[in-house]
Structures are given as structure tokens and as C-alpha cells.
Design a protein around this ligand. Structure first.
Ligand SMILES: [Zn+2]
Ligand SMILES: [Zn+2]
Ligand SMILES: [Zn+2]
Ligand SMILES: [Zn+2]
Ligand SMILES: [Zn+2]
Ligand SMILES: [Zn+2]
Length: 347
């Protein structure tokens, strides 16, 4: 691997590319996933296809490499960066674009999946004991809702907000993942199944996961303007001066976003190009989205709308990327940091 000169703190490690190969397709992993408890690694597409076939046969999911029962599979972001480094160092290991497109079309693992082990689950008449629910708190494993009950080998997603399980469904069109972070959230799913929080503690209300347009906001997010409190304060005063609320401004900018009027290059969300007012997102991603929109609100605001003490500040050369703004109060006050960098440097 070429030494990363710009970042001296980076650790150099030697890896035998043989150890970074998928035992299903025998290539370097692509979009690598790790299964547990054996911790073997595969391409997302290869393992997804294996999983689909195991499910079709209604059989226990076994690790394709060691045949141990698989209880869990998840994306492995650390190994993914290693996979990318290896391919950069030796491009002869790269697959063709056609192969990658085909592999990606099989890939179905978006977040962590919990896979039922082969051992018999409690049958409906054992459910009263409560043991099954303690071990595996998915409401649909024991009871039919909306004409659906989990099959014996159902794959489950664990909700990031409440820790409860829900079946991973590809047969219906209900959001089970936040498009901004790819984490699983259960509220939209259970709502669509007609299950509400009163039925179980392991079901979220909609406060954690809802369409962008249904979130509300009353305070500027902590993350806004690169966490620069002076800029946050200026934004808050601008909005007040205009006789509007933060919610008014955010709603305006969400409709601009919806109309495709905003450059999304810096939007800090995973599927930035797919986000609309109707997209389900989690609270963290909503805060990131609002912070992104407030940047655009500020950079497109005519100067005379700024509070008096902010009108005559010059732009910092390093713009939003300035590091000095975080440890030098005087500098943060003196220069505007809600602007593009005009100089790139390692401060
Ligand atoms: Zn593979
Ligand atoms: Zn294994
Ligand atoms: Zn279930
Ligand atoms: Zn939940
Ligand atoms: Zn999210
Ligand atoms: Zn600066």
C-alpha cells in the first residue's frame, strides 16, 4: 500500500491479500459482511444470495466457510476500508464493473441482521410462558399481525432505538431503515402492521423515526455550523429578526431540497441523492439534515439580513473547514465561518 504521506499518524499494516478473499467467489471481498459467532467474512452479495437460498430451503443458515450456524450478520466498515486499500494497491485484483453491478444487485444486507438458530422455537401454545419473548422479543414470532407471522427461519432486524426485533421484510414496501444512516428502526414497520406501543415495550412510537416533513425542531442542532456557537447564535438572531421561527426556515428549505434546488455534495447522509420531504429518517439524521440546510440558509442570505455585529465580518479563508474557530474565541467572533474554504491547508 502506498504510504499516506499527508497523515503521519496513520498506522501501516501488512496484509496478505489471500486473507481478504471471500470463500464463496474467491475474489477480494466487495462490500464485506461478517457473520457471527464464527466471524468469517464474505461479499455482501455472495452472502445475501447464500442467505436467500438457505431461507428458501427453510434450513438453518450455516456459514459457507466453516458450516457453523450463523446467528448474526452485519456490514463490517473496518474491513471494508481494508478491502478498498488492497484494491487500490493492486488494481489487478479488481473485478469488472459488470461483475460488481451484478454482485451489488444481490446484496441485501443493509444493517445488522439477527438470524434465528436451527433449534426449535416455542410453538404458539408455549408462548404464554413468556420465555420465547424474553429470548427473542419479536411480536410477530408468536402472533399473527396483518396476516403475517414470522416463519421458523425468519431473519430479524434489531431496532436501534428500542432494541426490539422485527422481521426483515422484502415483500412489502415499508421503511425499516433510516436512509441517512442505514440503521434499522421499528416504528414505521409496526405502525403498518397495526401494532402500537400499548401492545409491547419493544415497539417504538413514531418520535424516533418519521418522514422528514413530520419532524419538528425548536432549537438549532448542536452540530450546526461545524458546532461553532457564535455562528449558531447569529443564525438564531437572523431568524428572530426576520420575524420567523426556526421551523419556518427549515420547512422552507426542505421544500427547496424537495424541488432539487440545493447542491447536495456536502449533505452528511448516506443516500443524500434520495432524500425527500417524505423520506423516513431518524432523529440524528434529521439534525444533520437541518444543519446542512442551515448552512445553505446562511450562505444564501443577503448580508443586510445579518445582525449588526455580524454584517462587516470578513470570511475566514478556511471557511467552514477552519480549525482555529474551535479553539480561538476571538477568531471565531471576528471572521465569518459559514462560507466555502478559499484556501486549503493543514492548519
Ligand atoms: Zn464473494
Ligand atoms: Zn464460519
Ligand atoms: Zn419475528
Ligand atoms: Zn423500536
Ligand atoms: Zn439515521
Ligand atoms: Zn477561521
Amino acid at each position: 500500500m502506498p504510504p499516506p504521506e499527508s497523515c503521519k499518524q496513520q498506522l501501516k499494516i501488512c496484509i496478505d491479500a489471500e486473507h481478504a478473499k471471500c470463500s464463496i467467489c474467491l475474489n477480494i471481498w466487495h462490500n464485506v459482511v461478517t457473520v457471527a459467532p464464527c466471524l468469517h467474512n464474505f461479499c455482501n452479495g455472495c452472502f445475501s444470495e447464500w442467505l436467500r437460498r438457505s431461507q428458501e430451503k427453510q434450513s438453518t443458515v450455516l456459514c459457507p466457510q466453516c458450516r457453523a450456524a450463523v446467528h448474526f450478520v452485519g456490514r463490517n466498515h473496518f474491513l471494508q476500508s481494508i478491502e478498498e486499500d488492497i484494491l487500490q494497491a493492486d488494481s489487478s485484483l479488481k473485478r469488472s464493473d459488470e461483475e460488481i453491478t451484478l454482485l451489488d444487485s444481490y446484496a441485501s444486507i443493509k444493517s445488522n441482521l439477527v438470524i434465528q438458530s436451527g433449534k426449535k422455537r416455542a410453538r404458539t401454545n408455549d408462548v404464554e410462558s413468556g420465555e420465547e419473548h424474553m429470548e427473542f422479543p419479536c411480536l410477530q414470532c408468536g402472533t399473527e399481525f396483518s396476516g403475517f407471522r414470522c416463519s421458523e427461519h425468519m431473519i430479524h432486524l434489531q431496532c436501534q432505538a428500542c432494541g426490539g426485533m422485527m422481521p426483515s421484510r422484502t415483500d412489502i414496501n415499508v421503511p425499516q431503515h433510516c436512509l441517512g444512516c442505514d440503521r434499522a428502526f421499528c416504528s414505521a414497520y409496526w405502525h403498518a402492521q397495526g401494532v402500537h406501543r400499548s401492545n409491547s415495550q419493544m415497539v417504538c412510537g413514531n418520535e424516533n423515526f418519521k418522514p422528514v416533513s413530520q419532524h419538528t425542531i425548536s432549537q438549532i442542532p448542536f452540530l450546526a455550523h461545524e458546532m461553532n456557537r457564535h455562528e449558531q447564535d447569529i443564525t438564531a438572531r437572523c431568524i428572530r429578526q426576520m420575524g420567523k421561527t426556526l421551523q419556518d426556515i427549515v420547512s422552507d428549505w426542505i421544500s427547496k431540497l424537495n424541488n432539487g434546488e440545493i447542491d447536495r455534495t456536502r449533505m452528511p447522509l448516506n443516500h443524500a441523492e434520495m432524500i425527500t420531504a417524505g423520506t423516513h429518517v431518524c432523529n440524528d439524521c434529521y439534525d444533520k439534515l437541518v444543519s446542512f440546510l442551515l448552512y445553505w440558509f446562511r450562505v444564501s442570505l443577503p448580508r443586510h439580513f445579518l445582525p449588526a455585529d455580524a454584517i462587516n465580518r470578513e470570511d475566514c479563508w478556511y471557511g467552514y473547514a477552519c480549525r482555529t474557530q474551535h479553539h480561538n474565541e476571538a477568531h471565531a467572533r471576528k471572521r465569518n465561518h459559514v462560507c466555502r474554504p478559499t484556501r486549503v491547508s493543514y492548519q
